[in-house]
Ligand binder design. Structure first.
Ligand code: NAI
Ligand code: 3PY
Length: 324
């Protein structure tokens, strides 16, 4: 039997690539910019597997251009770029990478909260620019202990953030699609969305991007927050209306924002948000540790190889078309 034909939309980690290359003939897009759509569709004409690095839209048009496709695998837990219904209609299982990135992403999310609350990067700027002459001019932050953290989207990563927050003496409230059964264990209280906006000193967003969550944080939501509120988004940029966030920060309607994700992404160096002093942005690095990205690439490779073999994907989103 010949090797499977597979397309990779970007480079992946050597251990995952070696595994794939043992069984597949691969075409890899190696440029820094995303693969042009027309070229991707051309490459997919005979492909049996697609390994996505997250920067392509997988929709009905793409699937129609890939009649041999057996499986789509992506090295991420979020899959807002994938039309799951279109995959299911074509009987193509889609595999993502839940679980393996939870702790790394929770670390980064909590690091954003700490860095914002204690103005870490402003302190570093102060030292680096030679201004640390006396105690004057140092950036003052705010306490965490005894304050209220509101988590919107209490899934795997939200729960891992809650554990970290508990250790710092924060009281935790959360809003989710539905109330969890393990509130007591988490020591977190379920509240309505508006109550969370009113009560929280820190708000962390960890909901998947969907039609329901797109623009969830807009002018109205920011108006309901405390003027002392810290807003942290580590989910997806479009969950937040960027113009509304800019206005809320500029008018001091809220105190501070720390973002790992933006809309657009990447955000340009001359974007108005970057001119504000009460914001901190990291370049979508939630899961970006050597160990975690390696685990994600390997789980995605396992999903891909299982699908090519018509075997059950270890992590499948549209389980109705997963192999048994
Ligand atoms: N910044 C980064 O590098 C990373 C970002 N992410 C983002 O974080 C998201 C969450 O990841 P996990 O915790 O692993 O997913 P998960 O599926 O375990 O948790 C998501 C939670 O959000 C809830 N939810 C969904 N829609 C909602 C809505 N409209 N309103 C309120 N709650 C809602 C769900 O009920 C679930 O409890 C991913 O979908 C991805 O977009 C994930 C990994 C890394
Ligand atoms: O997994 C995801 O959804 C990411 O955003 C990158 O790890």
């Amino acid at each position: 039997m010949g090797k499977f034909k597979v397309v990779l939309t970007g480079q992946t980690w050597p251990s995952a690539l070696e595994k794939i290359e043992e069984q597949c003939e691969v075409k890899v897009w190696k440029e820094a910019n995303p693969i042009p759509r027309a070229l991707l569709l051309e490459w997919l004409k005979e492909a049996e597997g697609l390994f996505s690095t997250g920067d392509v839209k997988v929709d009905a048009e793409l699937l129609a251009a890939a009649p041999q496709l057996r499986v789509v695998a992506q090295a991420s837990v979020g899959y807002d770029n994938i039309d799951i219904d279109a995959c299911t209609e074509r009987g193509v299982p889609f595999g993502n990478t839940p679980g393996v990135l939870v702790e790394a992403t929770a670390d980064l999310t909590f690091a954003l909260l700490l860095a914002a609350a204690r103005r870490i990067h402003e302190g570093w700027d102060h030292v680096r620019s030679g201004n640390w002459k006396s105690g004057s001019g140092i950036p003052f932050g705010v306490d965490l202990f005894g304050k209220t953290l509101g988590i919107v989207g209490m899934g795997d990563i939200g729960c891992a953030v809650a554990r970290r927050a508990k250790a710092c003496g924060l009281n935790i409230i959360y809003h989710n699609r539905s109330q969890r059964k393990d509130d007591e264990l988490l020591q977190a209280r379920y509240v309505g969305f508006d109550d969370l906006l009113h009560e929280a000193d820190f708000i962390i967003v960890l909901v998947p991007l969907s039609n329901q969550s797109r623009g969830l944080f807009g002018t109205e939501a920011f108006a309901k927050m405390k003027s002392s509120a810290y807003f942290i988004n580590a989910s997806r940029g479009p969950v937040v209306n960027t113009d509304a966030l800019y206005e809320a920060l500029r008018n001091k309607q809220i105190a501070y924002a720390a973002l790992d994700v933006t809309d657009p992404e990447p955000i340009s160096g001359d974007h108005p948000l970057l001119s504000l002093s009460n914001i901190l942005i990291t370049p979508h690095v939630g899961s970006a540790t050597f160990e975690t990205r390696n685990r994600m690439a390997n789980l995605a490779a396992d999903n891909l190889l299982a699908g090519l073999d018509r075997k059950k994907l270890p992590a499948c989103v549209n389980t109705s078309v997963n192999f048994v």
